[in-house]
Design a protein around this ligand. Sequence first.
Ligand SMILES: O=C(O)c1ccccc1N[C@@H]1O[C@H](COP(=O)(O)O)[C@@H](O)[C@H]1O
Length: 219
Amino acid sequence: MNALIKICGLSTPETLAAALDAGADMVGFVRFPKSPRHVTLDLGHRLSLQAKGRARRVVLLVDPGDEDIAQAVEAINPDLIQLHGSETPERVAEIRAIVRRPVMKALGVAEKRDLEALASYATGSDHIVLDAKPPRTADALPGGNGISFDWKLLNGLDPALPIMLSGGLNPDNVAEAIRLTSPRAVDVSSGVESGPGLKDSRKIEAFIKAARTAFAAQS
Ligand SMILES: O=C(O)c1ccccc1N[C@@H]1O[C@H](COP(=O)(O)O)[C@@H](O)[C@H]1O
């Protein structure tokens, strides 16, 4: 399976075009009102049409109810759903059955024992996004915080696991992250921005180039 590069939190046609032209494999649209990257259903619909057939479209949801899921699927028609809250393995499997499309579940990592949860999600998730745990502040987002975790914690992980490395990646560190952890995929949001929610086309291009080169060196 080819290594995948996902650019998340796209919210303008211009920066989505930059990600698509630079060869992103997946593009993510965030449905979480507290996020500076939140897209309305109408904007998500338009961005999804723009990306159709060029990259896999991901809708990111946080502990969604069935109605949130139905609305997002109907309007945005994503190829995958990313679950970035505290969804249980049972809920992930339930959502996957409802939407009948692949699901990627995010897990927060701060220490080795956080990886113990991996086993219970591995069968019901098509990708497992490993992100840093969010800061313990009232206004912290569940993700998209630009924080890395200690990549060495992934030493010895089963290489068959569909790991998507995330959390604090940027054009300058993604090659080293890939070299150290050999993930199947990488995901970035704030590391390709010039301010909260403001994607930077040059940083997107630089990230994809650096990640692609690093993945190629591993194959
Ligand atoms: O990007 C967001 O705004 C967001 C909001 C709520 C949950 C997750 C979110 N983003 C995801 O967080 C990780 C890491 O992001 P970063 O690169 O450290 O900024 C990534 O998987 C995004 O998809």
